[in-house]
Write a protein that binds this ligand. Sequence first.
Ligand code: FAD
Ligand code: 2HG
Ligand code: ZN
Length: 508
Amino acid sequence: MLRLHSFIRPAFRSRRWVHNTPTFSHLNSVNEEDLAHFSSILAPTSILSTLPSISTPADDIAPYNVDWMGKYHGQANSVLRPRTTQQVSEIVKYCAQRKIGIVPQGGNTGLVGGGISLQKEIVLSLGAMNNVRSFDPVSGILVADAGCILQSLSEYIAPHNHIMPLDLGAKGSCQIGGNISTNAGGLRLLRYGSLHGTVLGLEVVLPDGTILDQLTTLRKDNTGYDLKQLFIGGEGTLGIVTGVSILTPPAPQATNNIFLALPRFDNVLPLFQTVKRQLGEIMSAFEYIDRTAYDMGLQHGLGPLLSADEVGDSQCFVLVETSGGNQDHDLEKLNNLLENLMTADEPLINTGVLSQSPTQFNSIWALREGLTECVQKEGKPYKYDVSVPLADFQKVVDAVRERMISKGLYGDHAISKVMGYGHVGDGNLHLNVIAKHGYRPELEAALEPFIYEIVADRKGSVSAEHGIGSMKRDALHYSKSDVSIDCMKKIKQVFDPLNIMNPGKVLP
Ligand code: FAD
Ligand code: 2HG
Ligand code: ZN
């Protein structure tokens, strides 16, 4: 049984947990004169505003003022949709002069409230900057506008036998600029590494409107500070990414996946070791789903991949993907693995299924990728995207559930489900806590900073891949030292001394 008190340090909590509501008294709202100026830069169709001269219908501006989860609601009265880097530069120059706050927005699939205006900042939407600038099928280097949708880029390079180095459930809406600004991880990170490695260059409009052109296609370039790294995961607080140069890997010749049901969570770690050892270089993903998440997926039409009898009382599930160069070789390895797993003296798995066709391959992935959408159908989610030691995944989920039970907040009247899934191979747990009838302050108060303390005690990260946004701004110190936060503030000051670029996000 998990000892909750071992996770909690009351002194730490009372000293440091403060929820600040940012005030932007240094910033001005957009007025009619501003709109007149923007009209000299952009086509009329690229400006949306509720102000009388434009009078965009409320329904057309609403989607820019609410996030994907319906958790964060924005206040922007105007949205600009530039088509060129030059236009972005002119807009930003003007906003700096007028001290108008800017929120860069990509596909608006972010899960931490980073792309939503907090007060009256203008939304600068990148969606109309969606051209591929070049693709070299020999090197695999793709140069594209920041507003290109991830899936469109995948489709663009597929005929050239290349794939994007990242893949996520939001691929149909998220943009490459948003991916880079959040340093999105996703389902291929285990194989291809993070965007800090695959992004070769960026074009960025800085908060004074200057265009920083670092859109290099060089694989190697050790000429001083690597500035692009600051914008990868910068969440739009240091500048607006307008162009991207990224290294895309060749498409694997053979991909396969298996779905395994495990009797208990304790088997996940040894299974990960076994699978790594036996599959070696062809393992490309190792994803985790707990029983609550699996059952939820089933209720919403995902799967079933296994019959109820086969699943029995399995506590959790693992998806393993292989990407290699030879189908026969890979299948032989996978079949050997499954046989070894099933015939072991103390089997680590109850049962498993190996995809036999592209359709089956896709349905195995659909079960994992579809969980986020299922959660959304269940109610309003509190999402905690944390890095913790793999051995603690289940303990963290259980601790949160027990906490809500002990506070009388567990059940259909409050928190109806607590579940975990995620990228085991990367040590990244997605803890989802579902409020069946909507967000309520007392639910959040029971969850935060409790969860952040658990993570800090495990020397984990309060954000493994979704970022800080406005959700975790005040929790940053659970994962970063005062010295680190101070350095981050100094960097912000250098790039954005007027604090107009996505104000109130990331930094406390
Ligand atoms: P937005 O949501 O529009 O913006 C996100 C942040 O980036 C904001 O702070 C915004 O200001 C900033 N920003 C956006 N574009 C720019 C730009 N051009 N220049 C500067 N700043 C910019 N995330 C993962 O890491 N891994 C996953 O597996 C994953 N799966 C997801 C699945 C679903 C179903 C959903 C809804 C989300 C998922 N996410 C995941 C979260 C989200 O999709 C990613 O963070 C994604 O990278 C955000 O891209 P976007 O274009 O939607 O950005
Ligand atoms: C995923 O890995 C995404 O599916 C979303 O990062 C995680 O739903 C979530 O909490
Ligand atoms: Zn994820």
